[in-house]
Design a binder for this molecule. Structure first.
Ligand SMILES: [Zn+2]
Length: 475
């Protein structure tokens, strides 16, 4: 038997349930240019299974020129060497392959005799939607709604079955999706597609939230109030934009974007009500909640330096107000500062900043970007303080914060609870240039390594979620 190497992708963990058997059966899909397999779905197939079967057939046709037949399991024609069962079928149940508890993007790859089973969780209420979405339908789900939403109501579609098919196509057909669209789809031509391994695998994504924020594109088609005609001009026409949008959605799905669970929401909490905005009076009532400028002035006083200040984050009255008046007591506590590099100059806030980094702790390439003062300790202490108070009332609470340049270097001496999430948002300087130079990349990673963070390089609109186990920085 030919033994093929098992390809393990960095973002996926594969749990092999049993050792490879020497008496390996072979799944034969196309042999010497002739079709030997039939694709089988349930009689009442979930859309994810239907779509996964289409993706399989499409790529096999590209590779071999052979069009696989797709049938339902009560109408399987005789004469095929192998059957490829896609999704949850009665046959899979009989084989005991349908796990009681599967997360939406986990999947089973299993060979039984000369047949192959590919299946993930199914939930018709959250199934993928096939067909042509309406432009105005923001909540419409096309393939993977975890991918499509950008800070909208994030929902989770069960895509495990589809991811299983992609795993197979990468491993056994050597398909590569290099960029969106046909031109970026590499399918090597072959007369033989087969699986020589005995497969008994259960795949679990290692990264819980995998998302690429392409909201400029999505907004252009779906949110008329956010529509920017420049985006359409880039695509030459509205139809061109639409084509690119669809191709990108498919491409992101093929790269297994999506959510295993609901991520907490991140936002500039202090840029909205009740803190700021039309009709809010808090700045007059509680000026000490807001950042003091370098001349000692608070909001509302003549000559105050900020027109959109961040908060006086060391103020215990502010902490109490957040907990008692703003937070709803539910599982998300949002503490994101406004998008700015200004900060409160009051004595207590300034004392919270120590220790300040030594000049040699900031590499040359970051010196212009991070200064004039590192406020990472101050903000980490703020998140920690408010989070700990909130956790006494709701132990399940997760706090979210935004991390701008001023949160570098990371506050090594403060240990943050694993329920505190930061979204790292470099918005000027070398950390926003693509491709990021290696020393910049390494230094940026080292700063918050071990904390739970998002990476939000905003100029490129990518928003990669990362769920990293909690360790002390450098630990
Ligand atoms: Zn202050």
């Amino acid at each position: 038997m030919e033994s093929k190497a098992v390809v393990l992708y960095a973002t996926w963990v594969m749990v092999v349930c049993s050792a490879l058997s020497p008496a390996a059966a072979q799944v034969s899909i196309v042999r010497q240019g002739m079709t030997e397999a039939v694709v089988v779905t349930a009689d009442d197939a979930a859309m994810v299974a239907t779509y996964a079967a289409q993706e399989l057939v499409r790529h096999i046709a590209k590779a071999t020129g052979q069009q696989l037949q797709v049938v339902t399991e009560t109408a399987i024609p005789a004469g095929y060497v192998s059957r490829i069962f896609i999704g949850i079928t009665e046959a899979a149940r009989k084989q005991g392959l349908v796990r009681e508890k599967m997360k939406p993007d986990e999947f089973v790859l299993r060979t039984v005799g000369r047949d192959l089973y590919v299946l993930g969780m199914e939930d018709k209420a959250r199934d993928v939607v096939l067909g042509d979405p309406a432009d105005s339908d923001w909540t419409h789900k096309v393939l993977h709604d975890g991918v499509y939403g950008y800070r909208g109501p994030s929902s989770i579609s069960p895509n495990g079955t589809l991811f299983g098919v992609y795993e197979m196509l990468e491993r056994y057909v050597r398909v590569r999706w290099l960029w969106p669209g046909e031109l970026g789809t590499y399918v090597p031509r072959t007369d033989d597609v087969r699986i020589d391994d005995v497969l008994d695998e259960f795949h679990v994504p290692k990264i819980a939230w995998r998302r690429f924020a392409w909201f400029h594109l999505v907004d252009a088609l779906r949110r008329h109030e956010a529509y920017d005609p420049r985006t359409e001009r880039l695509a030459f026409s509205r139809q061109g934009l639409r084509n690119f949008w669809e191709a990108t959605g498919t491409y992101l799905g093929r790269h297994r974007m999506g959510h295993s669970s609901h991520p907490p929401t991140f936002r500039e909490e202090f840029a909205r009500k009740p803190w700021k905005g039309e009709g809010t009076t808090l700045a007059q009532e509680r000026p000490n909640f807001y950042a003091m400028d370098s001349a000692g002035r608070r909001w509302g006083q003549p000559g105050y330096a900020y027109n959109w200040p961040d908060m006086c984050v060391s103020n215990p009255d502010l902490h109490r107000f957040i907990l008692e008046q703003v937070w709803d007591g539910r599982n998300t506590l949002r503490l994101g500062q406004v998008n700015t590099i200004q900060y409160c100059h009051c004595t207590r806030c300034m004392s919270w900043d120590s220790p300040q980094p030594q000049p040699d702790e900031i590499p040359q390439f970051e010196r212009g970007a991070y200064g004039p003062r590192a406020i990472s300790y101050r903000y980490a202490r703020f998140w920690k303080t408010v989070y700990e108070l909130a956790a006494k009332r709701n132990p399940n609470v997760r706090a979210t914060a935004l991390m701008y340049q001023t949160t570098l270097p990371a506050p090594g001496a403060i240990k943050l609870d694993e329920h505190i999430y930061g979204e790292y948002c470099p918005w000027t300087g070398p950390a926003t240039i693509f491709p990021m130079r290696k020393p910049v990349d390494q230094w940026s990673r080292q700063q918050w390594l071990g904390h739970q963070y998002d990476l939000a390089p905003q100029p490129f609109a990518s928003w990669l979620h990362d769920a990293v186990p909690q360790h002390p920085p450098g630990g």
